[in-house]
Write a protein that binds this ligand. Structure first.
Ligand code: SRM
Ligand code: SF4
Length: 568
C-alpha cells in the first residue's frame, strides 16, 4: 500500500493536520486576528508555511525576553512566489517600500531567486500581504508541502531560449499551484464562496497535499546557475542547430541532511530522459503526482523525492511517470555545463540590449554604510530603469534590458551608491544562507560571518598568487543545505557556534557533490587546513583545473561517485 492510502494514525502529525485543516484554513484567520500574542499555535504555524510565511523569533533576544517573562519576540518571515525571478521596476519599488514599512528595513534575495522579508509582525501581516498583492505578486506555496517557487536560469531577456525557459517556469508554477482560496480569504479578506465538489477544490493535491516540500529548476547550458541537480525535478535545455529542441529531465536531487543520521543525505538529481518544450509542464505534473502517491508520509526526514527514487529505483520511477503520461520519455541528449555562478558586469543579449549582473553579497539588500548603500542604490535604479530586474539563484540581481542610450545613467547610479564593492572573483562565487538571528534551525552563523571569512580567504589567495581566481565557496548554518553547500568546491556546514564541518571537492559546474574533510572545526583550524591546500593548488594545478577538481585528482578527498554523499 502506498502512503497516500494508509490510515492517518500511521502517518506523521502533519498529515492529519493537513487533512483536518479545511484546505489550509485551520484556525489561522482567528489566530491572526488575536492581539494577545504575537505568535500562532504550532499547528497554525505549519499552515502559514503553505501561504508563504514562517513564524520566527529573534534568537538573540530569547534569553532576555525569557528573563523579563515576555513571550519571544515573534515575527513572520514572508517569501514571495516569483517563478523565474523577474520583477518590473514598479514591483521592485513596492518590495522595497514593504521591506521598510513592515519588515526589518531590508530585503533578502534567496537562493531560489525571490524576495524574503524578515521581521513582519502579526499585526501587520495582512497589510503586508495586501501590499504584495497590489503589484500582482503573491506568497502562495512559497513554503509548505507543495511545489515551491520554480526557478529558472537568470534573465529571460538574454535569448529566445532563456525567454521560453522562463515562460515554462511560470507555466509549471501555475499548473502546480494549490487551488484552495484559503490565502485569499485569510490575508486578502475575500468572502468565502461555497465550494464545488471536493475533488475540484484541490484536483492535484487533494487534502493531504505532498509528503514534503517539492522543488523544480530549469537550466540553460552551458550555465548551471540554478544548480539543476539539487532539485526534486530539473529540466536542462537542449539546443540543437540554434533551436530549442527540448529538455533533459532529472529527478531526485536534494541537499538536506541531519548531522549524525546517515540515512539522510544530499543527493544529485539523475537524468531519466528527454521531453519537448510542450511536454514539460505535463512531465513536471506527473513526476509530482508519483511523489504525491509514493513519497513517505510517515517519516518527514525520508519524505523527499530523492528517497522515493532510492527506495524504488530511477527506472521504476520513470515507468510510473510514463504510465501517467501515456507516452515514453525520449532518450537523454548531450549537454555540457561550464559554470554554476552568475555572469556579472555588463553583457549584451541577443536583441542588442545590455544587461548588468550585479553582485549582492549573500542577497542582503540593505544600506550597510555610507559607501555601500545597496538598498537605496537599487531603489534609485528601479526609479530610473525601464526594463526588468531579474533575481538570480546565486542571490544576485540582473538589471536587464538596458538600451545603449541608458547605460551611462545606470552605471552612474551603480558607482554613486557603491553597488559594486570590489568583489573579488572568489567573493562573487560565494554564497551563505540566512542563519542567525532569524533562522530557527541555525547552529552557526552564516550570512553575517561569511563576508569576514572571505576577507581572510582572499588574503590567502593573494599570497598564493590567486587574486584573480574563483573558488565556489558555500556556507550554511546547519546541514539543511539552503545555500547548496554540498555542491561547493569548498563547503562549510554549521555544527555549533563558531564550528563548521569542512567539505571539499565539489566542482565549478554544480555537477559533483563534495566530501566531508574535517569535522567540527573553528576558524583558525579551517584556515590552517586551507592555506597549504591553496598554496599547493597554486603550484601544482593543471591548466584550467578548478580547486575542487584539484583536491579530488590529488586524493585530498575521494570523489563522490554514487551521486549521494553519505557524509562520512
Ligand atoms: Fe531552506 C528550511 C531559508 C533554500 C533546504 N530554509 C529553511 C528555513 C525556512 C528554516 C526553518 O524551517 O525554520 C530557513 C529560513 C531562514 C530565514 O530566517 O530566512 C530557510 N532556504 C532558505 C533560504 C532563504 C536561504 C537563502 O539564504 O537564500 C532559501 C529560500 C529559497 C526560496 O526562496 O524558496 C532556502 N532551502 C533552500 C535550499 C536551496 C534550493 O532550494 O535550491 C535547500 C536545499 C535544497 C533542498 O531542498 O534539498 C533548502 N531549508 C532546507 C531544508 C532541508 C530540506 C530537506 O528536505 O532536506 C529546511 C528544513 C526543513 O525543510 O525541514 C529548510
Ligand atoms: Fe537556516 Fe540551516 Fe537553512 Fe541556513 S541552512 S537558513 S541555518 S535552515
Amino acid at each position: 500500500m502506498n502512503d497516500i492510502s494508509r490510515p492517518l494514525d500511521e502517518l506523521s502529525h502533519n498529515e492529519t493536520l493537513k487533512v483536518d485543516s479545511d484546505y489550509l484554513r485551520g484556525t489561522l484567520a482567528e489566530e491572526i486576528a488575536d492581539p494577545v500574542t504575537g505568535g500562532v499555535t504550532e499547528d497554525s504555524l505549519q499552515l502559514t508555511k503553505f501561504h508563504g510565511m514562517y513564524l520566527q523569533d529573534d534568537r538573540e533576544l530569547r534569553s532576555e525576553r525569557r528573563r523579563q517573562k515576555l513571550e519571544p519576540l515573534y515575527s513572520f518571515m514572508v517569501r514571495v512566489r516569483l517563478p523565474g525571478g523577474v520583477v518590473t521596476p514598479q514591483q521592485w519599488l513596492k518590495m522595497d517600500e514593504l521591506g521598510r514599512e513592515y519588515a526589518n528595513g531590508t530585503l533578502r534575495l534567496t537562493t531560489r531567486q525571490t524576495f524574503q522579508f524578515h521581521g513582519v509582525f502579526k499585526r501587520n501581516i495582512k497589510q503586508h500581504i495586501q501590499g504584495i498583492d497590489a503589484v500582482a505578486l503573491d506568497t502562495i506555496a512559497a513554503c509548505g508541502d507543495v511545489n515551491r517557487n520554480v526557478i529558472s536560469t537568470a534573465n529571460p531577456r538574454r535569448s529566445a531560449v532563456h525567454r521560453r525557459t522562463f515562460e515554462l517556469a511560470h507555466e509549471i508554477s501555475a499548473r502546480l499551484l494549490p487551488r484552495t482560496r484559503a490565502y485569499h480569504e485569510i490575508f486578502l479578506e475575500e468572502e468565502r464562496v461555497a465550494g464545488g465538489p471536493e475533488e475540484e477544490v484541490e484536483p492535484l493535491y487533494g487534502k493531504q497535499y505532498l509528503p514534503r516540500k517539492f522543488k523544480i529548476a530549469l537550466a540553460v547550458p552551458p550555465e548551471n546557475d540554478v544548480d539543476v541537480f539539487a532539485h526534486d525535478i530539473g529540466f536542462i535545455a537542449i539546443v540543437e542547430g540554434g533551436e530549442l529542441a527540448g529538455y533533459n529531465v532529472t529527478i531526485g536531487g536534494g541537499m538536506g541532511m541531519t548531522h549524525g543520521e546517515p540515512e539522510t543525505y544530499p543527493r544529485l538529481g539523475e537524468v531519466i530522459g528527454f521531453c519537448t518544450p510542450d511536454q514539460v509542464v505535463d512531465v513536471a505534473e506527473k513526476i509530482m503526482l508519483v511523489q504525491r502517491d509514493h513519497g513517505d508520509r510517515a517519516n518527514r526526514k525520508h519524505a523527499r523525492l530523492k528517497y522515493t527514487v532510492d527506495d524504488h529505483g530511477a527506472d521504476w520511477f520513470r515507468g510510473q511517470v510514463e504510465e501517467r503520461l501515456g507516452y515514453e520519455l525520449g532518450a537523454a541528449r548531450d549537454y555540457h555545463f561550464d559554470s554554476n555562478t552568475d555572469r556579472l558586469g555588463w553583457y549584451q543579449g541577443d536583441d542588442g540590449d545590455w544587461h548588468y549582473g550585479l553582485f549582492v553579497q549573500n542577497g542582503r539588500v540593505a544600506d550597510f554604510d555610507d559607501q555601500r548603500r545597496i538598498m537605496s542604490g537599487l531603489r534609485a535604479i528601479a526609479e530610473a530603469h525601464q526594463g526588468d530586474i531579474a533575481i538570480t539563484t546565486n542571490q544576485n540581481v540582473v538589471i536587464a534590458g538596458v538600451p545603449e542610450s541608458e547605460r551611462e545613467r545606470i552605471q552612474r547610479i551603480i558607482d554613486e551608491y557603491g553597488l559594486v564593492r570590489d568583489a573579488s572573483r572568489l567573493r562573487a562565487a560565494s554564497m551563505a544562507c540566512v542563519a542567525f538571528p532569524t533562522c530557527g534551525l541555525a547552529m552557526a552563523e552564516s550570512e553575517r560571518y561569511l563576508p569576514t571569512f572571505i576577507d581572510k580567504l582572499e588574503a590567502i589567495m593573494a599570497d598564493a598568487g590567486l587574486s584573480d581566481d574563483a573558488i565556489v565557496v558555500r556556507m550554511t548554518g546547519c546541514p539543511n543545505g539552503c545555500a547548496r553547500p554540498f555542491l561547493g568546491e569548498i563547503g562549510f556546514v554549521g555544527k555549533a557556534l563558531g564550528k563548521y564541518n569542512l567539505y571539499l571537492g565539489g566542482n565549478a559546474t554544480g555537477s559533483r557533490l563534495n566530501k566531508l574533510h574535517r569535522e567540527n572545526i573553528d576558524e583558525a583550524t579551517i584556515l590552517e587546513e586551507l592555506t597549504p591546500l591553496i598554496q599547493r593548488y597554486a603550484a601544482e594545478r593543471e591548466a584550467g583545473e578548478g580547486f575542487g577538481d584539484f583536491v579530488v585528482r590529488t586524493g585530498v578527498v575521494p570523489e563522490v561517485t554514487a551521486g549521494r554523499n553519505f557524509h562520512d
